[in-house]
Design a protein. Structure first.
Lengths: 206, 206
DNA sequence: GACATTCCATACGCTAGAGTATGGAATCAC
DNA sequence: GTGATTCCATACTCTAGCGTATGGAATGTC
């Protein structure tokens, strides 16, 4: 058969040729939806309007794709976020911004949770460990900058990070029990009060 | 072949015949170790010193075993715990005891986390939702009994529960980053201060 | 102690999905 | 435009693990 939709447009868009990046991106989406287990080569191929043949030209095997997707995740959802937050001068504002980003509507939380679900996977484990420690260190420093004592800052960081992780886990376990709409913001306020040391540190003051 | 170890003891203990309960218990252990995916019939059979033949006599299929294991979990790790906590009169003591149980060394947290990992599984989803809402409701009431206003009590419950879930997720993601030994207790103290409304509510006062 | 019933082992069929082999289309180099 | 290179589709093989079929052991029953 000649390539589907190569001449007259079928449902699929007249696609260009694929590269490793396309596969890695699609893989990360799949992981976000159903974890490593949902990363099925022929499934991705269909989404991309291709077949296994393409995949096995770009990648040695499935593990190599997983690695590529995890690299991408580590970069986009941790390093780049941290980099962006460095730009915020005021420690309180930086922390507040971090909370807003973390609990916001981006798909990051879902990927996080999906990867936590595959924490036992030998490919996932080291990346997950690295990312978790990196984030915790950043959080610890953030609380330190706020004036919290060294030891206490670590506990604040742990509490904040587990609140974040737990929130997205809860959303999967019982979406109806998760605060939505105005309640979401109220809950975030509540969290900020509980998790930050001194004052209320209101979100978007004014 | 005659049954292994039926006369002279080999490595395996001279086992009695198996019942549904044995399979369900083994299944729950397997789930705790690796989630639903780790629940492999022939694997469990080997652990129990039996074969598939036995399993398919007691159960229609794998799904039926999963159901049985989930039932067991819901009963042991939620209903029975709640029942036990009802016995504690003082609201503050009850909440403190709950925290101690939750963050204690029982394997419950690991099973919780494993099932959260399979939240998308159609067999797991309804049980998980039920259990989560049940626990949240109990927590909400617990905070209410402590004198927290209705709406606020819900947020307290959410924060406490996500802290619990997040803690065990963190332990899987980066065990080395999780507080251990004396730090574990210090962190628990920190959490109690952050998550409970009024006073410090010390663990095991005195 | 023979028969029924309960329980289980062995040997098989079946499917999903990873990975391979190979020919051919697209694109580039000149 | 023709040869080389890059990219991809099709048609396989192979394995893990679910489920089934069937005979036989263990245990109860009278």
């Amino acid at each position: 058969m000649t390539r589907a939709g190569s001449r007259l447009g079928t449902a699929a868009p007249p696609r260009r040729r694929l590269g490793r990046g396309d596969w890695a991106a699609a893989a990360l989406v799949a992981i976000g939806e159903g974890g490593i287990g949902a990363l099925v080569i022929e499934g991705l191929a269909e989404r991309l309007g291709a077949t296994k043949g393409s995949f096995y030209w770009h990648f040695k095997d499935r593990d190599e794709l997983i690695d590529a997707a995890l690299d991408r995740w580590e970069q986009e959802e941790t390093e780049e976020v941290i980099e962006r937050l460095r730009a915020v001068e005021d420690p309180a504002a930086r922390l507040r911004r971090l909370f807003e980003l973390a609990f916001g509507d981006h798909p990051g939380g879902d990927i996080d949770v999906a990867l936590l679900a595959d924490a036992a996977n030998p490919l996932v484990a080291p990346v997950l460990r690295r990312v978790t420690e990196r984030r915790l260190d950043f959080l610890t420093t953030a609380f330190s900058d706020l004036g919290v004592a060294e030891e206490s800052a670590r506990y604040h960081a742990l509490a904040a990070y587990t609140a974040y992780v737990g929130y997205f886990e809860l959303r999967r376990a019982a979406p109806s029990a998760t605060p939505t709409g105005p309640h979401a913001r109220e809950y975030l306020d509540h969290l900020l009060r509980a998790l930050t040391p001194a004052g209320p540190l209101p979100v978007r003051p004014g």
